[in-house]
Write a protein that binds this ligand. Structure first.
Ligand code: NCD
Ligand code: ZN
Length: 354
């Protein structure tokens, strides 16, 4: 008997679309399934001002496939020179839905990020006043801190003091990879939530080194040990409204990843929903898939849920999802979950609610 589930159309609360040819190449893989996405601002140069975000949003809208219905939810890249009034204007006009904090040097294209968080307090206070959320890449950057400990150390040394200093600020800890992160979010007040990626639900650090070094599993924050992966899966599939999907789909041409100093990022947009349904089924929690992918995110961002629905169907045969995407910038490898995927998004349909 075939199994189907219908859920409200999902959103992606953390997405890298890049720019130019790469943007045009990857955008169809997101808009096929997702209605909206929080667009990461780590371009080169980054999206820092309201004017930058307007121009970037227009480039995204221009790159949309004909007939696609998709709303890019823009963010600004926080720097130590960010003007609180520019942020407030961009939020007031509805242009941006969040500001993104990258600790300088934490990840791909984060050189213009924040070195000393006390310097951005005026911006954060203004954001708290107007209710604009802060998305954060929660890792310390000091070379002395072990790469597998950087998230846990960030919570103690940066996040907790920040939340005490600006208690009204609404924060999203993005791409949480540790049980420390999960526990911290659960123990906090309701102005803290977290996104989880599909790949961190499906791999742990062993995958990066299985039989050799596997650059396509390298992303930041780096995948942790299996016990952490289990904690992420439990949180995602629990229905808890503080956790929601942010794929962190981050395309890089293979040449940039398969290199002596390969860059961080996993491209997972093409199979994100199939992977998620697979994980939720394994955890016996398909009834919570809609909360994670389609309801909890809009609730936290105070946006309406999507009216349309999508249907996922479990196919008898494994899906044949392309292993890579050809782009003018080179081949981009698609996330390989190393298992057969059977859940296909088969239908998008308008739906009536009472
Ligand atoms: C992202 C990228 O490539 O832009 N890479 C990644 O490993 N996740 C940046 C980020 O979100 O850390
Ligand atoms: Zn990211």
């Amino acid at each position: 008997m075939s199994q189907t589930i219908a859920i409200r159309r999902p959103d992606d609360w953390h997405l890298h679309l890049r720019d130019g040819d790469m943007l045009k190449a990857v955008l169809p893989d997101t808009v096929r399934d997702f209605a909206r996405a929080i667009i990461m601002p780590n371009l080169v140069p980054p999206v820092v001002t309201g004017a930058d975000a307007t121009a970037y949003r227009d480039r995204i809208l221009d790159a949309l496939p004909r007939g696609a219905v998709f709303e890019p939810l823009m963010t600004l890249y926080l720097t130590e020179a960010t003007d609180p009034e520019d942020v407030a204007r961009a939020a007031g006009s509805g242009l941006i839905k969040a500001v993104k904090l990258y600790p300088a040097g934490a990840t791909t294209n984060s050189d213009s990020g924040v070195k000393d968080i006390s310097r951005v307090t005026p911006v954060l206070e203004r954001m708290a006043e107007i209710g604009l959320p802060l998305c954060m890449h929660g890792e310390v950057t000091s070379a002395e801190v072990d790469i597998f400990d950087r998230e846990a150390v960030f919570i103690d040394t940066v996040l907790e003091p920040l939340r005490e200093r600006v208690p009204g600020l609404r924060i999203i800890m993005e791409h949480v990879t540790t049980s420390d992160g999960i526990d911290y979010v659960k123990s906090a007040a309701d102005n803290l939530a977290a996104t989880l990626t599909t790949h961190h639900l499906m791999i742990n650090r062993n995958h990066i080194f299985k039989g050799g070094i596997r650059p396509h599993y390298y992303c930041l924050p780096i995948a942790k040990r299996q016990t952490h992966q289990m904690a992420l899966r439990a949180a995602a599939t629990s229905g808890d409204s503080r956790f929601f999907l942010g794929t962190d789909s981050a395309p890089h041409p293979d040449g940039a990843k398969e290199s002596a100093c390969g860059c961080a990022g996993v491209y997972n947009s093409p199979n994100a929903m199939s992977c998620l349904a697979h994980v939720f089924e394994e955890e016996g929690a398909l009834q919570h898939l809609e909360a994670f992918a389609s309801l909890n995110g809009p609730a936290y961002y105070k946006l309406p849920v999507n009216e349309e629905k999508i249907t996922l169907k479990k196919m008898p045969e494994p899906l044949s999802i392309p292993a890579s995407l050809q782009t003018p910038d080179g081949t981009v490898t698609v996330f390989d979950p190393e298992c057969a995927l059977h859940w296909a998004v088969v239908r998008h349909e308008p739906v009536e609610y009472e």
